[in-house]
Design a protein around this ligand. Structure first.
Ligand SMILES: Cc1cc2nc3c(=O)[nH]c(=O)nc-3n(C[C@H](O)[C@H](O)[C@H](O)COP(=O)(O)OP(=O)(O)OC[C@H]3O[C@@H](n4cnc5c(N)ncnc54)[C@H](O)[C@@H]3O)c2cc1C
Length: 489
């Protein structure tokens, strides 16, 4: 029977048990929805969540000190993908949700060392309003003319995947790519737009081209449709939690019904007659956990190591997903030391790769979320690393801080010394959805068909943002519970 399991003493259990490996948001969301669907499908599922580090949350990491709230990884989530918002509401965090401060919604892009405001009226990054676009200093007049050729250039003839750079160059020209889209689209994925897959990351753009023959026309149609919904929802595009993103993790772990273990490193999974044996190193002691199903919510290169003895082809397929490293550098200043207030409007700026800078962008945290620093202080968060910027990531902390402060000084005019700093590093922390990513994921799914009971999830698979990680948790938990229900009938 698919989900029969034996416990550590070898006796048969009637209830199905699941081992969830990895206590980031993907693993925790799977656990939460296992609790929920277990009730819905009346299937009494139990689980053990195994996390190698001494805390839950993975890349979701908030630290507080001296009235500052620092986010090491994500600082918010998008709301148009509803899964994170739904989860927050379900676990009682609705009143803790905070929106980006409306007053500071402007965002800038660095153009030859100057801050240029991103024009209003963008939909999916595409201008939908003529006047703000024409008035913007982002592109020269010839580049704007080239941009507008999108309205007449014939659509792509085939459905093959291509890079984001190829799509933008074809529709809008090189200048638009270098000055705007390279940092805008690639920033979210810490990626190189020449390698980033349109199908995996921006499928909507490719569909718009197909349907409307032009991204501008497609974006305008999208705005008309979404406008009606937005006005009903009255919702900020990004949201966070009052005390930082870790609130989501704390609320989840406080309310999960299963067994949750930290300091438990998983080494491998092997099949048994009745399910799987998961071998772990728990504070230096080797142990085995038996389960009827295993959810791997670890980074894909770790998942590859864990499944190596189960299936070499599966491990090889998982290793085809590239990862790069990135970091965040938080710096807080006395407001009274800042003589450059005009350079600090909006929620921050992004830096195109062609600019000779270490940082790829910076969030003005105090403008974005008013409660993240004492009123007399100003908190900023700079981003380093990402694809093509790995050398910059590798400098030591003192040099990194020096160079970040130099970039911030040159770009915003800040010449004061920070009163507080924090550096967070994410080695191999950013999965890269390179061209052909969906093909790689199909290959993994195909191999997984040979191993019912093994589920691979996590941000390397389908969607790097928190809402997508949660969506995958919903899907995985539902699959497991439905399967148990079927097996019992
Ligand atoms: C700097 C940065 C900023 C970001 N900003 C945003 C943002 O603003 N909004 C957004 O939506 N997304 C953002 N993201 C992306 C988002 O944070 C991640 O995609 C998401 O948190 C990944 O969750 P996960 O559970 O899939 O993986 P992880 O968070 O990586 O969790 C994996 C877990 O597995 C554990 N583990 C590893 N090996 C083992 C093992 N052998 N045994 C047991 N456990 C193991 C790890 O310790 C970790 O806890 C950002 C990412 C980074 C790096």
């Amino acid at each position: 029977m698919y989900f029969s399991v034996s416990d550590m003493t070898g006796s048969r259990k009637t209830n199905p048990h699941v081992a969830i490996i990895g206590g980031g948001i993907s693993g925790l969301a799977t656990a939460y929805y296992l609790d929920k669907f277990s009730r819905r499908y009346d299937c009494d599922v139990s689980y053990t969540l195994l996390e190698s580090s001494d805390r839950f949350g993975g890349k979701i990491l908030t630290e507080s000190s001296d009235g500052f709230i620092f986010e090491g990884g994500p600082d918010s989530f998008v709301t148009h993908k509803q899964w994170a918002l739904n989860l927050c509401s379900e676990i009682g965090l609705k009143d803790r949700l905070v929106s980006v401060d409306e007053e500071h919604r402007k965002f800038h892009i660095v153009n030859h060392d100057e801050m240029v405001e991103i024009p209003s009226g963008l939909r999916l990054g595409i201008p939908t309003e003529v006047i703000p676009f024409l008035q913007s200093r982002l592109l020269t007049l010839p580049a704007k003319v080239r941009f507008l050729l999108d309205l007449i250039i014939p659509r792509k003839r085939n459905d093959n995947d291509e890079s984001v750079a190829a799509l933008i160059r074809r529709r809008f020209g090189n200048d638009a790519l270098d000055n705007f889209y390279a940092p805008l689209f690639a920033g979210i994925y810490a990626a190189n737009p020449e390698r980033l897959s349109v199908h995996a990351c921006y499928l909507r753009l490719s569909e718009m081209e197909k349907e409307y023959g032009s991204l501008i026309r497609g974006a305008r149609a999208h705005r008309r449709r979404a406008g009606a919904e937005d006005s009903v929802r009255h919702r900020s595009v990004f949201m966070s939690l009052e005390g930082g993103m870790t609130e989501m993790i704390t609320f989840l772990t406080d309310n999960l019904a299963g067994e949750l273990r930290t300091n438990t490193l998983v080494n491998g999974v092997v099949p048994t007659d009745s399910g799987f044996t998961v071998s772990v190193d728990s504070n230096g002691v080797a142990e085995e956990v038996t389960a009827g199903a295993v959810v791997l919510a670890t980074p894909s290169f770790v998942t590859a190591e864990i499944v190596e003895s189960l299936s070499r082809p599966l491990a090889d397929a998982l290793r085809t997903i590239r990862h790069v490293s990135s970091g965040t550098v938080c710096v807080g200043f006395e407001r009274s030391d800042l003589k450059c207030d005009t350079g600090l409007t909006g929620t921050g700026f992004i830096v195109p790769p062609r600019e000779p800078r270490l940082i790829s962008g910076c969030t003005f945290v105090s403008n974005k979320f008013g409660n993240r620093a004492p009123k007399s202080k100003f908190l900023m968060r700079a981003f380093v690393g990402g694809d093509g910027r790995q050398n910059q990531y590798e400098v030591d902390d003192a040099d990194l801080l020096d160079q970040v402060l130099r970039d911030l000084g040159d770009l915003t005019g800040i010449d004061a010394a920070p009163v507080i700093t924090r550096i967070f590093r994410w080695p191999q922390g950013n999965p890269q959805y390179d061209v052909g990513h969906l093909g790689r994921i199909s290959a993994i799914s195909e191999i997984l068909k040979e191993f019912p009971g093994i589920h691979v999830t996590g941000c390397a698979i389908s969607g790097v943002g928190i809402p997508d990680c949660i969506r995958n948790g919903v899907k995985t938990a539902e699959q497991i519970c439905k399967r148990i229900k079927i097996d019992r009938q």
